[in-house]
Design a protein around this ligand. Structure first.
Ligand SMILES: Nc1ncnc2c1ncn2[C@@H]1O[C@H](COP(=O)(O)OP(=O)(O)OP(=O)(O)O)[C@@H](O)[C@H]1O
Length: 247
């Protein structure tokens, strides 16, 4: 594989007359946590789905692990956690993990081990044999994250993985994301939580489908001469508004 897990070039997407993504470039190298940060409706999920090959882009190209997307085989190799949970409610969490593990061709011998690892990571070990219909919203998010990890993927794409997850567990999840990164895996993550943005190696600030700024958190703070990513976002947003009204 080349050095990059994801290369998106000049990606544009509209729904009807609404421009949702405009000329987005994104490069995700190995061993990197890349954060997409932006307000609700900014286009983060649409960009993630375009990278996954689940949305057809109007313009531009997306390459994932050397394959031009959409590509079913490559899509199956990505540990993907969607924004809405796609779980079998009448099955237990263990049965869900087993089902998805088999679907992703995890060897039966390994499956038991990876279920234990993933359940432990998201703190669901003791609730594995409960039916998902009895799970809270946060538990369902955690189970979805465990499913994304079940095949030990080299590339994880996580759409708002920590929504509804308490701060302590969020901390543990971030620690594990960093461990995965240290083994050369890459993670693309969307969030609107600013302290999570600070933990990413590289960020894209996205607003109204436009990449307002890209860089490491330190680079962005230096560029906008502020102390936090939240302030970077506010300043970049104001500049975007001023630019818009000057046209
Ligand atoms: N299938 C669709 N048909 C029409 N409009 C869509 C469709 N999917 C998304 N949109 C619109 O595209 C815009 C961007 O949506 P998207 O879900 O990508 O934003 P987001 O940044 O992920 O927001 P959130 O943080 O709330 O998930 C929104 O205005 C949304 O209404």
């Amino acid at each position: 594989m080349g050095t990059n897990f994801i290369t998106a070039q000049q990606v544009s997407k509209s729904f009807g007359t609404k421009h949702v993504l405009t000329d987005i470039d994104l490069t995700l190298p190995a061993g990197t946590i890349y954060g997409l940060i932006g307000p609700s409706g900014a286009g983060k999920t649409t960009l993630v789905k375009s990278i996954m090959g689940m949305e057809k882009v109007d313009h531009g190209t997306v390459t994932v692990m050397d394959a031009v997307m959409p590509n079913r085989q490559v899509m199956a190799k990505i540990g993907y956690m969607a924004q809405s949970d796609a779980l079998y409610e009448t099955l237990t969490a263990r049965e869900n993990l087993t089902f998805f593990g088999q679907l992703m061709s995890v060897a039966p011998k390994q499956l038991k081990q990876t279920i234990a690892y993933a359940a432990n990571l998201v703190n669901l070990t003791k609730d594995l044999d409960l039916r998902v219909s009895d799970y809270s919203g946060g538990m369902k998010r955690r189970l979805s994250l465990a499913i994304a990890l079940i095949q030990n993927p080299n590339l994880l794409i996580l759409d708002e993985p920590t929504v509804g997850i308490d701060p302590e567990l969020r901390q543990q999840i971030w620690e594990e994301l960093n461990n995965l990164k240290a083994t050369g895996k890459s993670i693309l993550i969307t969030t609107h939580v600013m302290d999570e943005a600070e933990r990413c190696d590289y960020l894209m600030l996205i607003r109204r489908g436009i990449a307002l700024a890209q860089g490491t958190p330190a680079e962005l703070k230096a560029k906008y001469q502020v102390d936090s990513i939240e302030q970077v976002f506010l300043k970049a947003g104001r500049l975007q508004d001023a630019d818009h009204s000057n046209r």
